[in-house]
Design a protein around this ligand. Structure first.
Ligand code: RIB
Ligand code: CA
Length: 325
């Protein structure tokens, strides 16, 4: 089967790092580049973190493009873990990857236009605020023809929000961008908190990341340093790795269940960023998204561990002087 040609739009972010490494460890995925946005931390730090993650894998051929430093309309908000900032060298070693001179929005426009011309549209895995993607679609609506679908980590329907009682962070950070993307006509696959919180990773999983060579060790460092577990909220030990689910869905969609429905987002007031889904078709509006509602937790965790471990296989093969088939 032909690899999925994808662009990851991200705000690294610890779980973004896991998603990027999962994509780079998966032969089913051809990662064309990263478009980076402010979100978890300010843009300068998300770009630096993205460069470090790519450098860990020796994939300097994967370009990192800096994009929007803030949301379209609302005031800037950063993630709950904004204190992480740029990944410390002691956790993720400095690398040799520097960002491209091409802005992320221009990269998205150029890549999707070329994909449309080749009649081979691209999948965008959107795992941060949707600002870059909204800007590309506003400025050049034709680019929609070059986007096969957007697989987006964001929103909360039956789950409560976690940055406000109503809103998941990526939606809270730029609800206007999400509103534009959801009504662009581009097929959307949504991974809301409803499903990302069904898979919780524990210390034993983080230690298992170490099978992934330098990349896996760095991921283990990040997840063991910044404890994201919340027994009071999740009801059991462990914490989510939200963003990696977008990659897992592309590789193994059979691990997931979902349904097509109309979704919308609040763009003003105290519930800004609140997402709603018309699961019982009360509004009579055409479905604009596939909302993923269930995941096979064991299957997802095993898939992520396997793809991170492949970085170790590659590293060992290179050390042995072989060329991994
Ligand atoms: O709410 C979780 C999402 O917000 C994840 O993508 C995380 O990286 C942050 O961007
Ligand atoms: Ca993210």
């Amino acid at each position: 089967m032909k690899p999925h040609r994808i662009i990851i739009d991200a705000d690294p972010g610890v779980d973004d790092a896991a998603a990027i490494l999962m994509a780079l460890g998966s032969p089913e995925v051809d990662l064309l580049g990263l478009s980076i946005v402010a979100g978890n931390v300010p843009l300068e730090a998300t770009v630096a973190n993205a460069c470090k993650i790519v450098a860990l894998t020796g994939r300097g051929d994967v370009p990192v493009h800096a994009g929007a430093a803030g949301p379209l309309v609302r005031d800037q908000v950063y993630g709950k873990y904004a204190h992480i900032g740029a990944f410390n060298d002691s956790l993720v070693p400095a690398g040799d990857v520097v960002p491209s001179a091409e802005n992320a929005v221009q990269f998205l426009v150029r890549s999707t236009r070329a994909a449309a011309a080749a009649n081979d549209p691209i999948t965008i895995c959107a795992i941060g605020p949707l600002t870059n993607i909204a800007l590309a679609l506003i400025q050049h609506p034709d680019v929609a023809r070059g986007i096969r679908r957007i697989v987006s980590m964001g929103g909360a329907f039956t789950a409560l929000g976690h940055r406000t009682p109503w809103a998941e962070f990526n939606l809270l950070a730029d609800p206007h961008a999400a509103d534009i993307v959801y009504h662009s006509g581009v097929p959307i696959v949504m991974m809301p908190l409803d499903v990302t919180l069904q898979a919780l990773f524990t210390e034993q999983h983080f230690v298992a990341f170490r099978r992934g060579g330098a990349a896996g060790q760095a991921l283990c460092n990040l997840f063991t340093t910044f404890d994201r577990s919340d027994i009071a909220r999740f009801g059991r030990p462990g914490g989510p790795i939200h963003d990696a689910m977008t990659i897992a869905w592309l590789i193994r969609p059979g691990l997931f269940k979902g349904c097509d429905t109309y979704v919308g987002v609040e763009v003003a007031g105290v519930t800004m960023g609140y997402t709603y889904a018309d699961f019982h078709d009360k509004l009579g509006r055409a479905a604009n998204a596939t909302v993923i509602t269930e995941v096979d937790e064991t299957g997802f965790i095993g898939l992520l561990l396997d793809r991170i471990a492949r970085h170790g296989d590659t590293e060992n093969a290179e050390i042995a002087g072989g060329v991994k088939a």
